[in-house]
Ligand binder design. Structure first.
Ligand code: SF4
Ligand code: SF4
Length: 508
């Protein structure tokens, strides 16, 4: 099986003792079709059998389920860490003791503001109660965690909330965007503007290494900015940044509804996204069914829209959080409006639009290409093109930028424009060859790369490196080794410099 699940979210009941204004599931009373204790315990065994490492029990309010401790204990027996998201109202000392004894992992309390603001979203008196619960949890040695749904109503209070949570010794604070779903659909004035996602990231980033509390983004906040990658790395326990690697729905995670129906993510609960029910077949058979979760497993960049379809990170990112695309655009193949990277591109585009100085723009294009900011560099190239820039320097950098973005026809045109003026330009010759290879004109492409390699000086061995890489990509090991020998003749020590690749090819 290509996909191994590590986690899931299980909405154990739709019953809830609050009717929060932003509840994504519009919970009230438990539904008549909820899993019985027997069915739920059997599901715990199936979850263990599938090899999950941890699971989040949510709802509704999971603590309204009388058998919650039984489920926790059974999950633990199956080597699955059961974490809970709760509104905290029922988390008395007695309940906390029982949960801890049963083996609960982390307990995260949903807190959406300070004092009355929180109570307005949830239930009068709940803020005070939650503060006492946090103190209790801290006293009992439970990991104090808070989840906040960010809206226009509380985004300006985050600093104040941070100070309060710090006082309560909160260890983990996750911030998620309040999306227009469930009850929040009726409160559209509270939905954050896409641009505010940058404020959210700035806030979290400002708290990095500020103390014990880790403030981190939920799946719906990101993507592909330095800040969100550093924050993701931090919460995963790495010193290095970790880039977002796509929505995990149906790939390494899934959702379970109160009645045992299985879907990719509990936030995406439309009937079309339900893959089956454990009342009809086993969890494993649903997971391993090749037709299951196809909207997610078969997602590709070219199916997406807007910037996501064009994006240089699109093949890995696949449009960020799928639920964000669905709730904001009404389409799983829509664009992600809350993407910080896309917002940055839009911002850069506005600035570049104002620029008229071709020399300055050209220097900017080179600088951006050098630092890997290819999509911003492309915006600059487009502006230069609009200004009628015709220098070979421009054609050369534009050829490189478009090649890195996979726009081979455009890159080819720029490389040919360079060669029209200067036939001896080995860089453009190599560029033309690489484009042709990518465009399936391999023979002709290799001919150009070889020409560039023959004409290059011993100080610039890039054409050889690209030649070898292209041949390796084509699976032509023998020829690649021959090129290695040629390169060695031109520059003594070339093989030693690329020893690892050379040895690998030899071993094949
Ligand atoms: S534009 Fe879309 S694909 Fe690109 S980083 Fe943003 S969400 Fe991901
Ligand atoms: S839809 Fe969003 S919240 Fe759900 S699994 Fe995907 S990224 Fe996570």
């Amino acid at each position: 099986m290509e996909y191994m699940p590590t986690t899931a979210v299980w909405e154990v009941t739709m019953g809830c003792n609050m009717q929060c204004k932003h509840c994504g599931s519009r919970c009230k009373e438990p539904l008549p079709d909820e899993l019985t204790t027997e069915e739920a315990l059997d599901l715990c065994d199936q979850i263990g059998d599938l090899g999950l490492q941890w699971i989040t029990l949510s709802g509704g309010e999971p603590l309204t389920r009388k058998d919650i401790c039984q489920l926790i204990a059974r999950l633990r027996q199956n080597n699955v860490i059961p974490n809970i998201i709760t509104n905290g109202w029922l988390l008395t000392e007695e309940m906390l003791d029982q949960l801890l004894e049963a083996g609960v992992g982390s307990l995260a309390i949903s807190i959406d503001g300070l004092g009355e603001k929180h109570d307005y979203m949830r239930r009068p008196g709940s803020f005070e109660r939650d503060m006492k619960t946090l103190e209790l949890m801290d006293r009992k040695g439970a990991t104090t965690a808070v989840i906040t749904t960010v809206t226009k109503g509380n985004i300006n209070d985050l600093e104040e909330m941070y100070q309060v949570f710090k006082e309560k010794n909160v260890k983990l604070w996750q911030l998620q965007i309040g999306l227009p779903m469930g009850n929040l659909k009726d409160q559209s004035d509270l939905i954050m503007d896409p641009e505010q996602v940058e404020d959210l990231l700035d806030f979290m980033y400002s708290k990095l290494n500020q103390g014990e509390m880790k403030v981190y983004p939920a799946d719906c906040v990101g993507y592909y900015t330095d800040k969100d990658s550093i924050l993701r790395g931090m919460i995963l326990g790495y010193d290095e940044p970790v880039v977002w690697s796509g929505c995990g729905a149906g790939k390494h995670g899934f959702g379970i509804l109160q009645n045992g129906e299985i879907l990719g993510c509990t936030s995406i609960r439309d009937r079309d996204f339900i893959e089956g029910s454990i009342r009809e077949r086993s969890l494993r058979s649903i997971w391993e069914d090749e037709e299951s979760f196809s909207w997610s497993r078969k997602m590709s960049k070219d199916k997406l829209s807007g910037q996501c379809k064009e994006c240089m990170h699109g093949d890995t990112c696949l449009g960020g959080c799928s639920n964000t695309r669905i709730t904001m655009q009404g389409d799983v193949y829509g664009e992600n409006e809350y993407c910080a990277y896309s917002l940055r591109l839009k911002k850069c585009s506005k600035i570049i639009e104002q620029k008229e100085d071709k020399e300055e723009l050209l220097a900017t294009a080179y600088g951006l290409a050098k630092t890997g900011e290819y999509e911003v560099a492309k915006i600059v190239a487009e502006k230069l093109e609009a200004l009628g820039e015709t220098s070979n320097d421009f054609y050369s950098v534009a050829g490189f930028i478009y090649f890195t973005l996979g726009k081979y026809e455009k890159s080819l045109a720029y490389n040919e424009a360079v060669l029209k003026v200067d036939q001896a330009d080995t860089y453009a010759k190599k560029g033309k060859g690489l484009c042709l290879c990518k465009m399936n004109q391999v023979e002709e492409g290799l001919r150009y790369i070889e020409m560039a390699a023959n004409e290059t000086s011993a100080e610039d061995m890039e054409p050889y490196e690209d030649w070898i890489a292209t041949l390796c990509g084509l699976g032509n090991t023998e020829e690649a080794l021959r090129v290695f020998e040629k390169a060695e003749e031109k520059q003594a020590g070339f093989i030693e410099k690329h020893q690892e690749t050379y040895d690998l090819l030899k071993a094949n």
